[in-house]
Design a protein. Sequence first.
Lengths: 177, 309
Amino acid sequence: MEYVIGIIVIIFLIFLIQYNGLVKSKKKVQQAYSTIDVYLTQRFDLIPNLVECVKAYTKHESSLFEKIAEMRTSYMNTKSLTEAENLNNECNRLIAYIENYPDLKASTQYLELQKKLSKLESQLQAARRIYNAEVTAYNTKISVVPSNIIANMFNFKEEKLFKVEDVKAKDNINIDL
Amino acid sequence: MKSFNDVYQEIYNENYEELEKLRKSKSRKMLIITVVVLILIFLIVSSYFLSFKNNTFSMMTMLTPIIIFICFLMLIIGVTVNRQKYALLFKEKIISPFVKNIDENLTFNPKNGIGANLYRQGDFEWFDLYSSEDSISGKLDGKYALSMAEVHTQSESEDSEGHRTTYTIFHGIFGYIECAKDITTTLKIHSDKGLLGKVFKGKTKIEMDSSEFEEYFDVYGENKIIAMQILTSDVMDLMINFIRESKIQYELTIKNNSIYIRFHTGEVFEPKMLKKALDYNMLKKYYDIIDFVFKVSRAINEAIENTDI
């Protein structure tokens, strides 16, 4: 009888340790995502300035700003990873597009913006790596035995990695204006 | 930086023959001293047993253990003195020009070491006894101060009867390199501690996004963003390749505006009496370590400079 109680206690402890491990791992993913969110928000706040720069040199319509503003508002409301990725990629395309205008690149306004963007880009890249490392660790935990049993019982789902489109200045960038 | 083969060839052409002649003569002397002393000991021990067997005890018989002890002492002193004389010449004729040929900015000084306070700043471990010698100093790319030396740290314990025991904590090469700027935090990259490291990882352990890097190293730091900005994929690849090829364990601490690095090599820059003066493998190991220190410091400084920390 004592052996049975002992085995039940051990199984319960394993169950508890695995569950807590999964919860902690998920919290780390959320924390890492909130760090990305901070840098993304700072980056997206620079978009209006960036678009003003483009308008002054390329004489494009304000429909560009409207589109990006819509995407930005949508992201601020939903904080969805997919929307963050799409908006981030749109920003990268815009910056790559600017590379085609040497006069714009040399302007004082753009150079100041570029400094801020460069710093944010480095921090965002670091935050993205941290997030992806935590997501990989979490996804592995919910897949391996025995934690996958507890993951299924308590509906722990796989998280998505944060992906960035590879956009280069030399590519023929088409911005939907 | 010159290639190893170029550096080796220059030393060989300049100093090898003279030093090899000296090494052979010193080894011969040591061998002669050893053989003579062993023969003496054999004769003394034989006469002792003979007198014991024949029950004839004399003053000589009673003095035998003392004479044997004196012979052993003579042997140790003879070997040590010869070795020390050769070691000084070896460092002057081989190691010093070797280091200079690697990079003109570097200077080797066998009598100087690195102070204990500087070693402590690397936050590697607590120690009771410290010694350092054979320092290499200079500047990396003419900009960043660099110094390396052989360091030996020991821990001391005393039992209830007052007997002291010392054991080695670290023995190898320790280096200090200036950083491009102050990163205002501490980042430690230590050897992977295996299962023990995974269970007792502490709150400051940073999970890296390279499983290969995680196999060899554990990273600790308060600021994860700065850690990721410094440990780029290029820096991580460089670190992995070195440990894989050289099989030398090492650790790195980046603290404020300095890089502290140490290699678990054991005794360094000492000649092997029974091997050739220009031991290719030994010099290649020293070259690879200095080369790696240069490369990793450059890569880290580049990452720090490119990042607006």
